[in-house]
Design a protein around this ligand. Sequence first.
Ligand SMILES: NC(=O)c1ccc[n+]([C@@H]2O[C@H](COP(=O)([O-])OP(=O)(O)OC[C@H]3O[C@@H](n4cnc5c(N)ncnc54)[C@H](O)[C@@H]3O)[C@@H](O)[C@H]2O)c1
Length: 433
Amino acid sequence: MKASIFGLGYVGVVTAACLARDGHEVIGVDVNPEKVGAIAAGRSPIVEPELDDLLREGVAAGRIGATTDAARAIADSEISLISVGTPSSKRGDPYLGHVDDVCADIGDALAAKRMPHVVVLRSTVPPGTLARCADMVTKRAPGAHLSFAFNPEFLREGSAIADFNHPSYSIIGTESEHAEEALRRLYAAVEAPVLVISPEVSEMVKYVANCWHAAKIGFANEIGRVAKALGVDGRTVMDVITQDTKLNVSPVYMKPGFAYGGSCLPKDVRAVLHYAHEKGVPVPMLAALPTSNQAQIDTACDLVLATKSSRLAVLGLAFKAGTDDLRESPAVPLVKRLLGEGCEVRIYSPDVNRARLMGTNLAYIREHIPHFERLLVDDADEAISWAETVVVTHPQAHFSRALDRAPDGTRVVDLAGVFAERPQRFEYDGIAW
Ligand SMILES: NC(=O)c1ccc[n+]([C@@H]2O[C@H](COP(=O)([O-])OP(=O)(O)OC[C@H]3O[C@@H](n4cnc5c(N)ncnc54)[C@H](O)[C@@H]3O)[C@@H](O)[C@H]2O)c1
C-alpha cells in the first residue's frame, strides 16, 4: 500500500521502517525539517535497536521518503496514519493541538484529491477524538470518499520493532468496512489477532492499558516494600503470585461491577495496611483500596436514589452468589443507606436462609440491619412486581430467571452486569455501562 505517516517520533519512525520492510511504500511527514532530513537520508532520529538498518534499507529500496509537505504526502498515498504527540497540558488533559493541526492539513490536502482515502489516528487520545477528527477533515474536504479508524499503538521504547512485529493484538476501532479492510492489508505481515471494535472503546483501551501497567508497577513496588519490612523477599512473593494465571493474573476480578466484600478481602487488606503502617512503610495504593471500594458503594447508592423510587427490590444480600456470608457484603451498607434515605426495601437472596444464619455472620447482619429478617422475601416475582426499581447486586441464575419473567418497563439498576446487552424492554441503568 502507499501510506503517509504524520508525526515522525518514536511511533511514526518505527511504523514507517516496519511498514517499508513489509513491502509498503511509506512517506513520512513532520514539521521538524531536521527529522525529515535525517529520515530521508536513511538515518534514524531516535535510538532504537534494529531501527537504523531497517530505515537505511527502506530508503535504499526507495520505499521510504520524508517531507514537510502534507499535500505532497496525501497526493502520494491512499492511507494516512497520524502519530503526532499528545503531551499533557498543565491541567493534565492531553494537548490535542498537534492532532488538530494535522487533521486540518490532511483535510485541505484531501479537498484537492479525488481518490478515496483512509485516515487512521494512532496517537493516544481521549474517547470521541476520532469522531471529532473525522468531522474536521470531512468539513474541509466535502464530497471526498473518506473513511476513518482509530488504531492504537502498543509498542514499548527499547523493544519497539519486536513489539510492532508481535503485538498481543491489533485493534481497529472503526465503523467503516473500508477502513477495516485497508488496515488489515496494511498489517497483513503482522502476526496478531485483529479486534474490530468501536472507535470510542479503542481510544479508551489505550489509556486503560497504560493505567493498568502503571497500577501493576505501583502494586508490585508496594508489595515489595511491605514484604521487605516483614523480612520477606518481595521478588519471590510476586513471582509466586504471577504463577497463578487462574485467579491472580487473569480476567477474574477484572470486570467492572459492584464493590468487593466478604469475610476475607476487606479483613486481609486491613491486615497488610496495619503492618505497613506499623513498619512505617508508605503504601498509598493499597491504602486507597477501602476508599475506592466505598466509592463504588456510594456510586451504587446514588444510581438507585437517582431513580427517585421509594419501593426497592434488592436481589442479593450476600457478597456473592452461592454463599450466605453477609460479613462485609457491600449490599449490606447499600441497603442500610437506602433505608436511611427513607426507601422501603424488600430483599430476595435465596442463599440467605434466616433459620440457618448463626455465629459472626448473624451477629454482623444484626448489628448493621437489626430487623433484616423482616426485609427478606422468598418470592422474587412478588418483590419485583411490588417494587418501583429492582437492584441487582451480584450475578445469579435465580435473578436472571426472575428478571426474564419481569414485566416490560420494569426499572432495573444493574450493579452486576447480568445482561450482556442493554435490555430494551426495561428502563435500565448499569453501574459501569
Ligand atoms: N513513545 C511511545 O512509546 C508510544 C507508544 C504508543 C503510543 N504512543 C503515542 O503515540 C503518539 C506519538 O508518540 P511519540 O512518542 O512517537 O511522539 P514524539 O513526540 O516522539 O513525536 C511526535 C512527532 O510529531 C511531530 N509533529 C507535531 N506536530 C506535527 C504536525 N502538525 N505535522 C506533522 N508532524 C507533527 C513532532 O515534530 C514529532 O516529531 C502519542 O500520542 C503517544 O502517546 C507513544
